[in-house]
Design a protein around this ligand. Sequence first.
Ligand code: GLU
Length: 304
Amino acid sequence: MQYQKILDTIKSETLARPITGKVATYIPELAKIDPDKFGMHLYCINSGHYGFGNESERFSIQSISKVFSLTLAMSLLDDELFERVDVEPSGDPFNSLIQLEYENGIPRNPFINAGALVIADILVSILENPQQEFLDFIHKITGNTTININQKVFDSEKKYSHRNAALLNLMKSFGNIKNDIETVLDLYIYQCSIEMSCKELATAFMIYANAGNTLSDDIEVITSRKTKRINAIMQTCGFYDEAGEFSFRVGLPGKSGVGGGIAAIHPGQYAVTVWSPPLNPKGNSELGMYALERLTTLTGFSIF
Ligand code: GLU
């Protein structure tokens, strides 16, 4: 497969498209990002790295971090984790409070904010130093110890975190948050404010393409059984209330973030990431979705 040629085609096709999306502004620090940033990186199990554009520039991973926190929690716990968070698509926006009220404080899945906050609570219960150990986990799966948070993004999100605090309070009223709300909120904001490049994210996501193992040194981060489950949740819940659309157009398990990043995988084949900050009305990178749709179309294969 001529991957670099395919990526070059995707680049020129994507850049020729008009952008109607808008950069996220509800976290003021994210609003400052240049909307024209655009990068893509493909990391193939058999043939290595391909990419273009701003593929090496770090950006705010935001909700993509929810995949890493779920992975860390699942590596420490077994099925009891899923007594506190379900695995069903929500069909609601990522920060919605509505379902929680009539579903007794059990979030629909770990990739909406409520679910990720429960996972953060679980990590606070288990880990001695949750923020540092979360960062250590990212360092382990990327082999890169320079990855860190952006303090300005952390502070900005913290200042406007009333909705996430509301989710935590509501779930605590149902007994589904065990720790101090501020501590859990801080871990969640910390994980969201981590910055990584497309290339680094593709390296991290390789574990989901490679049955739970890092590719470079073959460390088992999580079992293949659990990897299968994480990929299934990405497929059904990875794109807010647009998971069906992403499945329909792209056909890969993945996860997006409001920083404009999308990471996706083809099991046994590759991890791929794309970054373009303007978001469509559902909160997913507009050009990112298009670029990935072209990847599975031009290569002629997706998981379906
Ligand atoms: N930190 C963001 C929030 O809680 C994450 C949103 C996202 O990327 O979906 O609002």
